[in-house]
Design a protein around this ligand. Structure first.
Ligand SMILES: Nc1ncnc2c1ncn2[C@@H]1O[C@H](COP(=O)(O)OP(=O)(O)OP(=O)(O)O)[C@@H](O)[C@H]1O
Length: 277
């Protein structure tokens, strides 16, 4: 499906991602973990072409997406929707319009300029919000929502792009544990129900273990671990985090637990007690 071949990114003399090679052969939920500066964001941003790679290839269904230009590149960027730590919504616009902005890339320039959305766009936006359990917030300004709700709006906007995959760059780093769980449940549900690849940069080991089918550990630009969550032993974690015997996993914990994922109810109707799970 997607193949990374010796992908490297340098910023001046600093190598952020160093000859990284791996394949994703089936729709998986992949967690990328590593300490700050390990290269996680750079790796994700190269997939979406937000950051140009210095060398190597990223093949999607055999086509090198690093060589795409113009309309083909924009099409690719729509196909791999990004979700960011800081949500990147337009604060003063209402929630439904924020979600419909996910369609802009799909419209012609003129239509985009005048911000014209059709009835089908509105219906799809409401459906996406309903899926995320926040359709009742559709007419509020984005800035009126809590962080967790805003992140769900951002995920709904990503769904509006009709993407092949979702790339989430530390989507829960700004959220409290309850909202972190709701957002991770939503991403897991998209993976399970829509059979989509979700690649998620995470700061915390326990979240990666609870939610991901596969964990990739990065350190200083290299992949130093690639395996199933159950293979992520304390020794492997020490290697990823460059830590010694005193390494304490609790330091990378959010204390959220996947629990009952994959159902619509788990996204919309989470109680604080369940979230603390
Ligand atoms: N635009 C840039 N210009 C210069 N150096 C950069 C740039 N972006 C990233 N870097 C450097 O590349 C390295 C990897 O950064 P990156 O943001 O990918 O790491 P990360 O693992 O995502 O870290 P964090 O968890 O803190 O977000 C770091 O040394 C960083 O300083």
């Amino acid at each position: 499906m997607i193949q990374f071949q010796n992908v490297t990114k340098t910023f001046g003399s600093r190598t952020a991602v160093n000859k990284v090679s791996f394949n994703i052969d089936e729709p998986q939920m992949v967690g990328i973990i590593g300490r700050s500066g390990a290269g996680k964001s750079t790796l994700l941003r190269m997939i979406n072409r937000l950051t140009p790679a210095t060398s190597g290839k990223i093949l999607f269904e055999g086509r090198d997406i690093l060589r795409l230009r113009g309309a083909m590149m924009r099409r690719w960027q729509r196909d791999c929707a990004m979700v960011f730590q800081q949500f990147n919504l337009v604060p003063r616009l209402d929630v439904a319009t924020n979600v419909m902005l996910g369609r802009l890339n799909g419209h012609g320039t003129l239509k985009s300029l005048f911000n014209i959305f059709g009835e089908a766009d509105v219906a799809d936006a409401l459906q996406a919000l309903d899926r995320l359990g926040i359709v009742q917030e559709a007419t509020k300004r984005a800035e009126e929502l809590s962080g967790g709700q805003q992140q769900r709006v951002a995920i709904a906007r990503a769904l509006m792009q009709g993407p092949h995959m979702i790339l989430a760059d530390e989507p829960i780093a700004s959220l409290d544990p309850m909202n972190a769980k709701i957002v991770m449940d939503a991403l897991r549900q998209i993976h399970e129900r829509d059979n989509k690849v979700v690649i998620c940069n995470l700061h915390t080991l326990d979240t990666a273990r609870s939610y991901c089918d596969r964990v990739i550990g990065m350190r200083d630009g290299f992949i130093v671990f690639d395996g199933k969550p159950e293979e992520l032993t304390t020794t492997a974690a020490r290697e990823i985090y460059g830590a010694d015997e005193s390494f304490n996993e609790a330091a990378t914990s959010t204390a959220i637990d996947a629990g009952n994922t994959g159902t619509r109810e788990s996204v919309g109707a989470m109680t604080p007690a369940a979230a603390a799970g």
